[in-house]
Design a protein around this ligand. Structure first.
Ligand SMILES: [Fe+2]
Ligand SMILES: [Fe+2]
Length: 242
């Protein structure tokens, strides 16, 4: 299929390097992953052919990931999300916030954008922690039970939330909020471009936020565009099975 005919979610699944390119242009592929690539790019005033060529060139350049996460089993995907995304957010929290505090204390008077970014970042990390706990304690166990039912016919336990579509809808609302906050951070920091007088701590602060953005966009993409549709399909199949 041609890249212009794919959805944003399909493009990012097929071309992992696409996530960084789309983020750079401010295109949300996580929560808006069902939109057609060409249409979404035109909506941002971008030429789909130019951006499509940039994405394909990146893959030709050999920077494509060896592993296609879309080929992972549901359990492997959840394990990957826990180990490479949830763990990453938690590992970054203390060092990044302490860096933010230091940068604001020393340079905040001359650079209000540092303070604004630090406040937004702290709130976002708090929300992310709550969000990840809801996934780990409520949604992921339900998806694991559905995958177990498909593999072995094990009974699917009753849940207090009924259909898996209900917690998924809640998680997607959280994702939209996190995506908006990340794009706001990108705007406040002028795309993570440092002012001329930036010191090494400022550089580490911006770099840390940039990596958190990249990791989180990938994280949300895996959940919204791969894991959640799969969970809904597993539940549909489990319901029609005699
Ligand atoms: Fe997650
Ligand atoms: Fe999530």
């Amino acid at each position: 299929m041609k890249i212009s005919e794919m959805t944003l979610g399909e493009v990012v699944t097929e071309y992992p390097g696409a996530s960084a390119i789309l983020s750079k242009y401010g295109v949300d592929f996580c929560c808006g992953g069902a939109r057609r690539f060409a249409e979404a790019l035109r909506g941002h005033g971008l030429d789909p052919h130019v951006v499509g060529n940039e994405i394909v060139a990146q893959r030709v350049g050999g920077r494509r990931l060896d592993v296609k996460l879309g080929d992972f089993s549901t359990l492997q995907l959840i394990e990957h999300i826990l180990n490479f995304h949830h763990a990453y957010v938690r590992a970054q929290r203390v060092p990044l916030l302490s860096l933010a505090g230091k940068v604001v204390e020393v340079h905040g008077a001359r650079h209000p954008e540092y303070r604004e970014a630090a406040t937004l970042l702290a709130g976002m990390l708090d929300e992310l922690e709550l969000h990840m706990r809801k996934e780990e304690e409520i949604l992921f166990p339900a998806i694991i039970a559905l995958a177990g039912h498909e593999a072995t016919g094990a009974p699917v336990p009753e849940t207090c939330f009924g259909s898996v579509a209900n917690p998924i809808r809640m998680m997607e609302i959280d994702h939209r909020q996190t995506g908006d906050e990340l794009f706001r951070l990108q705007k406040i920091t002028s795309g993570y471009v440092l002012p001329d007088d930036a010191c090494a701590s400022c550089e580490a602060f911006y770099q840390g936020m940039y990596h958190l953005q990249e990791n989180t966009f990938e994280h949300v993409h895996l959940e919204n565009n791969i894991l959640f549709p799969r969970a809904l399909e597993l539940e549909r199949t489990a319901c029609v099975r005699p």
